[in-house]
Write a new protein. Sequence first.
Length: 363
Amino acid sequence: MERAISENDRKWTTAAFDAAGPILIVPYMWIGDFVRCHSVVKLLRSRVPGRPIDLLTSTLCAPLLDYMPGIRKGIVADLPRGRLALRTQRALAEKLRAERYGTALVMLRTWKAALAPFLAGIPIRVGFLGEWRFGLINDLRFGEYALPRMIDRMGALAFEKREKLPTDWPLPEVVVPQAERDAWRVKHNLANVRRPIVTFAPGAVGPGKAWPVAHYAELARHLAAEGASIWVLGGPKETDLAARIVAAGGGAVTDLTGNDLRNAIIAMSVADVAVTNDSGLMHIAAAIGVPTIAIFGPTSPFLWAPLNPLAATIEPRPSGRCPACGRENCDDVRHRRTADIPASRVFEAVRRLLAGAGSTHKM
């Protein structure tokens, strides 16, 4: 359940939040962290309800802004990686200056992330020490690495320096209107697809986080035999994975991978169950509220699971000699392999959810 914001929480006395003008958030542009940022938006909306809140966004993440309540607008800026791109930074600064922001929360620790807010003359720029950004950040914070979770690090910038952080944060929300769902299904010739609908998100960023595509293919065969429709979601990098899953599940599987994140957002809002790796689409599915089965390998659900509840968290079970360190029944999360999770475990979790027995649990 979402935590109510107390009256004590509302008492902001620092100049950062007594300032006038809209607030700009410069979030991480990974999809999962971008969704997490909505918790900070909701917190700010409660604390300073009179100040509009905008987000800097990449083209990839921009569709999310249409479905995250409380955000006035997004400022799209695809800054190149690996170089400063001073001309691009100056152009972005001109856009920011025109909005007359009073405060910027710069969640990234990089020098580059703080440059445009500085050039735009935003009076108060809040961020952590990273890359010795003295001057670029004028409300400088310390102790980022003492905070274990990403949401704690992001949310700390919305509090005073020594203020105690909450243990429970407002939950992110991704809300897709029913009319938009209906129109999307007609557009994609999915209005009459059979139920139940199960979405797969086989992509993941980072070594070892992706459940093998052969396991997804086996799961598709089982679900197709049970009469389910399977929609495979992801970006262009997942198109080859989708083709293998389509080959396994036949006509029951639809490939919805592509360049537009909006397709994945709306598809999961229509689905009955979502099966995902530890990925950005896991965070979107959980924020939508679709029952989500998340597959974890070498990452900790405590640190990286969504704030929103998952219907099931499936992790490898220690068994036998660890191939990484040689120990029996190794419990080091970093050594776990998603390949050790059989398709049968995920299939049984999906079946239970579709049968209405999908209370939140760990498997």
